[in-house]
Design a protein around this ligand. Structure first.
Ligand SMILES: *Cc1c(COP(=O)(O)O)cnc(C)c1O
Length: 345
């Protein structure tokens, strides 16, 4: 079978041999009974990496955000604020509203996913009581933009001044930190709670972590159980996440270099509209003009390069652990050839 270069998402990575070995050797127990040493070690290590007191291992980032909102918004009618382009508002089925009855009000994201501090303040109201602002970094739908330490601090400070707590949807916070040459803990220093994913750029098969103050995580643990997210011998997958924290953080800058190389090449191709300077991390977005996006993806897939589309004209390519610099060099002429051969739409 010819080799496939899969740029659909950084969630497609397969566990490496070293990771599988760590999973096979993991010490496990019943985590719901508090008996799984590997899960507990992961929760402590992951919380420490983002400078928070405690962590809660959850099956997905979506559940991490859901449990966070359900734990922050305790009274009926307590509402949260999230960005117009946020994952929480666009890709989670509005679970916190649908399942938890939590109203989510929308603040405008700019092209990089930044929200104006003044708008965050203006949205906060005493009744219904606004209790939480959610900030995303890197910003997925805004091209994987890495919001800076100053931007994070300004949004967080405004929310706190308005009496809100702050939850960071940091699914790819390690990508943001790598791009900005800082630590994840620095980016989220002022935030109350943080969720990040092991199953994206970090390359683990399953899982995310919700972190925050110990009393918050104690309450979140009960909410996770309500949501059906308590697990048993979760050490098998927690071991993969621990392995990822130890071995797959330093290499994220390789994904970013590959994404920049890809973006610079694609920006020069026919029918493409994009600003290559907009590629901060591992996500490359571009728009197709005058040709059909689904047809482009179909023809490119036939050449062995997979990508995704977020609208009929918008294409998304993501670099990750299973895509090498050579893969990118191989993909570039294939992308160019497909674009050149496309009929006008
Ligand atoms: C992927 C992602 C999530 C959710 O993670 P899942 O594990 O896919 O549920 C949340 N927020 C952002 C910004 C994401 O990119």
């Amino acid at each position: 079978m010819p080799r496939v270069i899969d740029l659909r998402s950084d969630t497609v990575t397969r566990p490496t041999p070293g990771m599988r070995d760590a999973m096979a050797r993991a010490e496990v127990g019943d985590d719901l009974m508090g008996d799984d040493p590997t899960t507990r070690a992961l929760e402590e290590a992951a919380a420490a990496r983002v400078g928070k007191e405690a962590g809660l291992f959850v099956p997905s980032g979506t559940m991490g955000n859901l449990v966070a909102l359900l734990t922050h918004c305790v009274e009926r009618g307590d509402e949260a604020i999230a960005g117009s382009e946020s994952h929480i508002c666009n890709h989670e089925g509005m679970g916190s509203s649908a399942l938890g009855g939590i109203p989510v009000r929308v603040a405008q994201n700019d092209v990089r996913g930044y929200m104006q501090p003044a708008e965050l303040k203006a949205l906060a109201r005493p009744w219904p009581r606004t209790v939480l602002a959610c900030i995303e970094n890197t910003h997925n739908r805004c091209g994987g933009a890495a919001l800076t330490v100053t931007e994070m601090r300004d949004m967080t400070r405004a929310a706190h001044e308005a009496g809100l707590r702050v939850h960071v949807d940091g699914a790819r916070i390690f990508n943001a930190a790598a791009a900005l040459e800082t630590e994840p803990a620095t980016l989220v220093a002022d935030a109350d709670t943080v969720q990040f994913c092991f199953s994206k750029g970090l390359g683990a098969p399953v899982g995310s972590i919700l972190t925050g103050p110990r009393d918050f995580i104690d309450r979140a643990r009960l909410i996770r159980r309500m949501a059906g997210g308590s697990m048993r011998q979760s050490g098998v997958v927690a071991a993969a996440a621990l392995y990822a924290l130890e071995h797959h953080v330093e290499r994220l800058s390789e994904d970013h270099a590959n994404a920049r190389r890809l973006a610079a090449a694609v920006a020069e191709m026919p029918h493409v509209r994009m600003d290559p300077a907009g590629t901060d991390t591992n996500i490359v977005f571009f728009d197709l003009v005058g040709v059909d996006g689904p047809e482009f993806r179909k023809r490119l897939a036939a050449e062995g390069v997979l990508c995704s589309g977020t609208s009929p004209s918008r294409i998304r390519m993501v670099t990750h652990l299973d895509v090498s610099a050579t893969d990118i060099e191989d993909a570039i002429p294939l992308i160019a050839r497909v674009l050149e051969g496309l009929p006008a739409a």
